[in-house]
Design a protein around this ligand. Structure first.
Ligand SMILES: C[S@@+](CC[C@H](N)C(=O)[O-])C[C@H]1O[C@@H](n2cnc3c(N)ncnc32)[C@H](O)[C@@H]1O
Length: 303
């Protein structure tokens, strides 16, 4: 198949409008984002970090009507809830399987703004309690949470073949690569894959490398310019195409895997990754225990 080796570039609003979906009022995405995706900077200011991903996910689900979605990286749940919201609104009998190493009852530092009338603040909250407050009726019936590191979780994955994946967990090249292969391995006859955090900056280099080395040589892909670029957003007029989200539609996923992996022995990458993941999780666990011990001896707070 002749494949274009550069990304087609779209502004997020154009891309979403071309899908021809009737969206809920955009203010509802901002409100859900303020509860589940707000971020803060070192100077104490808050910002709406790529709330466009929720609109994009909603529109993709409404358009393609996937019944089995796989998300790597639940985070605080904004993307996941937008998928569930679209399934609910569109009467799709689907499920989103969402993977994260952080469980839903673990308290984490959580920038939040519950209402436009309140100032944003930082709290210690667990996903489960925020979801109880932020999710609308019926959304959570579409959600299956899978707790653990992505390779460990995917070894036991028993969901239906996946027709849409959202790759947004670890952003190192090896992790994005693992999650991409894992999605292809459990894919239905065709799958749409959305990658977050394509960038020429440090945090997006892993995704960028994967897209250029392993996706574009085999399939068309679109770069969607997101992150505060919806109309009214603080970067609305920025057309710089070095950062965004990437959308790929793959027919025959096993064939794509064969094409990509033709050069190296099957299973080698997966077993190497499994070892790396065990070592990485061990390191994180030790670091967390040390932090807890230090906090306990100092009687410090979580901030
Ligand atoms: C950027 S957040 C996800 C945001 C979410 N997709 C959204 O749209 O709101 C990334 C999450 O991935 C999780 N994560 C990172 N590496 C992981 C791994 N190897 N396995 C499982 N979860 C991982 C982190 O705990 C974090 O919660």
């Amino acid at each position: 198949m002749a494949v274009k080796t550069t990304l087609d570039v779209f502004k997020v609003q154009e891309f979403v409008e071309a899908l021809g979906i009737e969206l809920p009022p955009v203010e509802r995405f901002w409100k859900l984002g303020d509860a589940t995706a707000l971020r803060y900077r070192a100077d104490g200011s808050f910002f709406r970090a790529n709330y466009e991903r929720g609109i994009l996910l909603y529109a993709l689900v409404a358009k393609h009507r996937p019944t089995s979605v796989l998300e790597f990286g639940t985070g605080r749940g904004y993307g996941c809830l937008c998928v569930a919201w679209a399934m609910r609104d569109c009467g799709i009998p689907g499920v989103i399987h969402t993977v994260d190493m952080v469980s839903s009852d673990e308290g984490i530092i959580w920038p939040v703004r519950w209402n436009e009338s309140e100032e944003p603040r930082v709290e210690l909250l667990a996903r489960a309690e925020v979801w109880r407050r932020a999710a609308q009726s019926g959304w959570l019936e579409h959600v299956r949470e899978l707790t653990g590191y992505s390779a460990a979780v995917m070894r036991g994955f028993n969901g239906a073949p996946v027709d849409l994946a959202f790759i947004d967990a670890g952003h190192r090249h090896r992790t994005v690569r693992h999650d991409f292969y894992a999605a292809l391995r459990v894919a239905a006859n065709s799958i749409g894959i959305l990658f977050d955090d394509y960038s020429a900056e440090d945090w997006g280099l892993g995704t960028r490398k994967l897209i250029h080395e392993e996706v574009l040589p085999h399939r068309h892909a679109s770069l969607i310019l997101t992150d505060r670029r919806w109309s009214g957003g603080e970067r609305e007029n920025q057309t710089d195409a070095s950062t965004g989200m990437v959308w790929v539609q793959c027919g025959s996923p096993p064939q794509l895997l064969d094409e990509i992996q033709s050069g190296f022995p099957r299973g080698l990458f997966a077993s190497g990754y499994r070892f790396w993941e065990m070592w990485y999780s061990l390191r994180l666990m030790v670091a967390q225990r040390v932090r807890q011990a230090l906090r306990a001896t100092r009687g410090g707070s979580w901030r």
